[in-house]
Design a protein around this ligand. Structure first.
Ligand SMILES: [Zn+2]
Length: 412
C-alpha cells in the first residue's frame, strides 16, 4: 500500500481543523461498542437506474501503482482491453511509475485508452494521449501543486505504525515523527500502550486531490506520561522554547521502520533487565538495519567471540557503542561514521539463540545504561533568531494545543 490511499480523508480533516473541530482516531472500541467513531469513510452504494442516464462513451478510473505491481497488471485494472494494453505497455513514459503513484485513465466503453495521466516523482504531470493514428503522444507539464496543513492524532496500542494507520497518517509522517523524537524516545523499547501523539504536517494537493505528504511541521508525543514537543524551524526541530531536539546520540540503534517497530512490543526483548549482561537486547527480524547512534570512528568491525559479528564505534569524549550478533557488517575498521549511518544488519552470529541486536553503551570503557545518562544536544536557536523562531512556532504550537485539548482531555 502506498501512502496515497491513506491521504484520502485529509482534505476533510484539514477543513474540520480550520473550523476548530479536530478529528480524533481512537483505537480501542468501548466495551459496549457505542462510542467508537468510524475509522474509515463509509461509502454507501448509490442505486443506479440504467435507464436514467445514457451509457457514457468513456469513463474515468484511477489506480495506484502498488509495491510488486507490474505495468500489465495496472493497465488491466484500469479496464483497458488486452489488444490496446500491449501497445500501451511499450510507452516509455510509463517506466517512471513507482509504488504509491496513482494513474488516472479515461477509457472508452470498449476498453480503448483515451488519456492516461500521473504525477511523476519530479512534480511533473505526465499525460499520455491516444492519437488518431493509433500512436500515443506524451506531454509533460509542471504540476500546479498546492499545500494544505493537516492535523491528526493517535493513540499507541501495538506500534506507532499501527496507530498511524488507524489515524490515517501517512508512513512518511510516521517516519519523520520517529526521527524527530529519536534522541528522546526509543521507539522500539520505550513505547507503552496508551502513549499518544499529535502531528501537524503538509499535504500537497493536485487538482483537489491529495498526492503526497510533505514535511512534519510540529508534533507532540506523550511517552509513558512524559510529553515531548517539536517544532520545525530552518533545517532542524526544536522544543517550543528553542532547544534543539537533535542529540549527540540516538536513543535506539535500530532503524525506525514499519518492519522493526512494534516487534519489541509484541515479543518482549530477550532480556529486559539491563543489569544482567550490561547491554540492551533488541529483538528484531534478521536483516533489520542497524545504525550508528552517534558520530564516531569504527574501532572494530568483524568477528569477536560470543559477540559474533560486532561493530564497536568510538565517539567523541569517553563514549563508545557496541553492536553485536550482526548478520552483516557494513563498515570497516578506521572508517568515520555519522549518526544514523548504516553499520550492519541484525542477525544471530555468536552466542545468540535468536535474531536480535545486543547493544552496549560504554563510558570510559565501562558499560553503562544509556537511558540513565543525559545526552548532550545540538545547538539551540540562536538568540538573534528567537523572534523569528517564535513567530513560526507560536501558531504551530497553538494547533498542537487545539488537538491536545480536543482529543486527549477525555483520556485523563
Ligand atoms: Zn545481549
Amino acid at each position: 500500500m502506498g501512502t496515497f490511499g491513506r491521504l484520502g480523508g485529509i482534505a476533510a480533516i484539514a477543513l474540520l481543523a480550520a473550523s476548530g473541530v479536530v478529528a480524533f482516531a481512537t483505537i480501542a472500541p468501548s466495551s459496549d461498542g457505542s462510542i467508537e467513531p468510524p475509522r474509515r469513510p463509509i461509502i454507501e452504494a448509490l442505486p443506479i437506474r440504467p435507464d436514467a442516464t445514457p451509457a457514457p462513451k468513456s469513463y474515468f478510473r484511477e489506480e495506484p501503482y502498488q509495491r510488486g505491481d507490474t505495468l500489465p497488471a495496472l493497465i488491466e485494472r484500469l479496464g483497458i482491453e488486452a489488444g490496446h494494453a500491449a501497445k500501451l505497455a511499450k510507452v516509455r513514459a510509463l517506466q517512471q511509475l513507482r509504488p504509491g503513484m496513482h494513474v488516472s485513465a479515461e477509457v472508452s466503453a470498449d476498453g480503448e485508452p483515451l488519456m492516461l495521466s500521473f504525477l511523476s516523482g519530479r512534480e511533473t504531470l505526465v499525460r499520455i494521449g491516444a492519437e488518431a493514428n493509433g500512436q500515443f503522444r506524451v506531454t509533460d507539464d509542471k504540476a500546479q501543486l498546492y499545500t494544505r496543513i493537516a492535523m491528526k492524532s493517535g493513540v499507541v496500542q501495538s506500534s506507532l505504525f499501527a496507530a498511524a494507520d488507524d489515524a490515517g497518517i501517512p508512513d512518511s509522517i510516521a517516519m519523520q515523527l520517529g526521527d524527530v523524537f529519536g534522541g528522546d524516545i526509543d521507539f522500539h523499547r520505550d513505547l507503552r500502550k496508551g502513549d499518544h501523539f499529535a502531528v501537524v504536517y503538509e499535504v500537497h494537493y493536485l487538482g483537489g486531490r491529495p498526492v503526497r505528504a510533505g514535511r512534519l511541521l510540529a508534533a507532540e508525543f506523550t511517552n509513558n506520561r512524559k510529553t515531548f514537543r517539536a517544532v520545525h524551524y530552518g533545517s532542524s526541530y526544536y522544543t517550543p522554547e528553542g532547544k534543539n531536539l537533535r542529540k549527540a546520540f540516538l536513543r535506539s540503534p535500530l532503524e525506525f521502520s514499519r518492519v522493526s517497530s512494534g516487534f519489541g512490543m509484541r515479543r518482549h526483548p530477550i532480556a529486559r533487565a539491563w543489569m544482567k549482561h550490561q547491554g540492551i537486547d533488541y529483538a528484531a527480524p534478521t536483516g533489520t538495519r542497524v545504525r550508528a547512534v552517534g558520530d564516531g570512528i569504527v574501532e572494530h568491525a568483524g568477528m569477536k567471540g560470543g559477540y559474533g559479528n560486532v561493530v564497536i564505534i568510538r565517539h567523541h569524549g569517553q563514549y563508545a557503542t557496541v553492536y553485536a550478533h550482526l548478520s552483516r557488517v557494513a563498515v570497516r575498521r578506521g572508517q568515520r561514521v555519522a549518526q544514523n549511518d548504516t553499520i550492519g544488519a541484525v542477525g544471530q552470529t555468536g552466542w545468540a539463540t535468536g535474531p536480535h541486536l545486543h547493544y552496549e553503551f560504554r563510558v570510559a570503557g565501562e558499560p553503562r545504561n544509556p537511558f540513565s545518562i543525559a545526552m548532550p544536544a545540538a545547538l539551540p536557536v540562536a538568540q538573534q533568531d528567537l523572534p523569528a523562531f517564535h513567530n513560526q512556532a507560536t501558531p504551530l504550537i497553538a494547533r498542537l494545543d487545539l488537538i491536545a485539548n480536543g482529543a486527549f482531555a477525555k483520556l485523563d
